[in-house]
Design a protein around this ligand. Structure first.
Ligand code: SAH
Length: 237
């Protein structure tokens, strides 16, 4: 598979249409704003963000990228949605943050800038690509030896189907309908196997536990639940 075929154009079109709503906490991407402080905390618990060279893969409107930049990282963000990158650039300029946003695949960037980053984040993106293992592998190649990768995604089991798809999209309607396709969701053991195969060592996992009363999440460390995130380190050599 070449780097250009690991893309689902329908997914990209969907994100192209989000437009200004990327930065509306009450809009359809609102959940990303709610969970962002929790995932930043997870990154900060495992890595030194200040002065780190960080890459955010599938950066969207830059919600996570901006938070990393505010925490002192030198951030590059990549995505394939042109409209989304336009919003991300405008917003970063308005926030006075020098984030380098680029339209290219992670596989392409891995060919050009292998071994360049201290931190690679790839959040809520693996479940939107045809070959997530190839994305994990490219993220690994982009890390310096000893650098850390952070992935977050949604589990693929009955509970995840009930909570993330039926509950999230149809009952509570906290996610737009059609956000997730069940077959694309990623089990934690799959993510760990892809990571291990590409030379990453597992550091830790945590899940975002949702409390529908108050639209609040809390982080359960060590747990692989519905919406989980994991940290890995690239081994030396
Ligand atoms: N990571 C951001 C946005 C998540 S939404 C956040 O958590 O705040 C998923 C993003 O992945 C969208 O912006 C979409 O355009 C992007 N995406 C989907 N497939 C992609 C691919 N193959 N390469 C790069 N970005 C992709």
């Amino acid at each position: 598979m070449n780097s250009f075929s690991n893309v689902d154009r329908q997914e990209i079109d969907k994100f192209d249409r989000v437009g200004q709503l990327w930065w509306d906490p009450a809009g359809k991407m609102g959940m990303l704003h709610v969970i962002n402080p929790l995932r930043c905390r997870f990154v900060a618990d495992h890595a030194r963000i200040d002065k780190a060279r960080a890459l955010d893969v599938g950066c969207g409107g830059g919600i996570l990228a901006e938070a990393l930049a505010k925490a002192g990282a030198q951030v590059t963000g990549i995505d394939l949605s042109q409209q989304t990158l336009k919003i991300a650039r405008q917003h970063a300029a308005g926030s006075g943050l020098p984030i380098d946003y680029r339209l290219l695949t992670v596989e392409e960037l891995a060919q050009r800038e292998a071994g360049s980053y201290d931190i690679v984040t790839c959040m809520e993106m693996l479940e939107h690509v045809p070959e997530p293992a190839a994305v994990v592998d490219a993220c690994t190649r982009l890390l310096k030896p000893g650098g850390q990768a952070f992935f977050s995604t949604i589990n693929r089991n009955l509970k995840a189907w009930l909570f993330a798809i039926v509950g999230g999209e149809y009952v509570l309607r906290i996610l737009p309908r059609g956000t997730h396709r069940y077959s694309r969701l990623v089990r934690p053991d799959e993510l760990r196997a892809w990571a291990a195969a590409s030379g990453l060592v597992f550091d830790g996992v945590a899940s975002l536990m949702y409390n529908p009363l108050g639209r609040r999440f809390h982080v359960a460390y060590g747990r692989e639940d519905v919406n989980y995130m994991a940290c890995f380190t690239r081994t030396r050599g």
